[in-house]
Write a protein that binds this ligand. Structure first.
Ligand SMILES: [Zn+2]
Ligand SMILES: [Zn+2]
Ligand SMILES: [Zn+2]
Length: 206
């Protein structure tokens, strides 16, 4: 299972000094301290599934795992046991990274719409009713993920997360098994020939 390393997500506070309402009020004007919540905070509840090894969002049901569980193998919810609580930033949050990631409404996995749109990867959703099995980005934010080697915001975090060129998902390779791809068989990353950049990612936990 992924090892846990923590990192603090700084919450910005907004300091606003109220301006006086004109010369007549200048003498009595007071500065007002306002603490505002960030416009869009980074989002947690992203979870590693030990069955498929993908990152998925656990805040909205259990999604659809390509691996069935239960007595008859009919339960297709992703699993959260053994996972940390990963935090993803939105593309509007500060910091560098690859900004083309979306949540899939049909399977709950994180997937790269950008790479799939460019034709470098194939989108394959295990719970799609469409013939081409595209992941469904309806209702999703756009997420920004730190990418090796240059798109990194600092030390720490967890490496060994890769873009799968077969399903466009993000999967963890730090265990004996790389999981199961919705497209069948194992996920496949794109690290050959070396050095290949832009396909290994770094995640941080809450
Ligand atoms: Zn799964
Ligand atoms: Zn999907
Ligand atoms: Zn895959």
């Amino acid at each position: 299972m992924p090892t846990i390393r923590t990192s603090s997500i700084s919450r910005r506070t907004l300091l606003t000094a109220a301006a006086g309402g004109g010369l007549a009020m200048a003498a009595g004007a007071t500065a007002t301290l306002v603490t505002a919540t960030p416009a869009r905070a980074a989002q947690h509840l992203w979870t590693w599934c030990y069955q498929c090894s993908q990152l998925w969002f656990s805040g909205n049901g259990s999604g659809y795992c390509p691996v069935g569980s239960g007595i008859f193998g009919w339960d297709h919810g992703h699993q959260s046991s053994g996972s940390g609580d990963y935090v993803l930033r939105y593309d509007t949050d500060p910091g560098v990274g690859d900004s083309h990631w979306r949540w899939c409404r049909d399977c709950a996995a994180l997937w790269s719409k950008g790479w799939s749109d460019s034709g470098r990867t194939t989108s394959y959703c295990p719970n799609s009713s469409q013939p081409l099995r595209w992941h469904n980005w309806s209702g999703s934010g756009t997420y920004k993920i730190e990418a090796l080697p240059d798109g990194i915001n600092g030390p720490g975090g967890q490496r060994l997360w890769f873009l799968c060129i077969r399903c466009s998902g993000l999967f963890f390779t730090g265990n004996a098994s790389d999981g199961t791809c919705p497209a069948g068989g194992a996920h496949r990353h794109w690290k050959s020939p070396e050095p290949q950049i832009g396909y290994e990612y770094v995640l941080r936990q809450l």
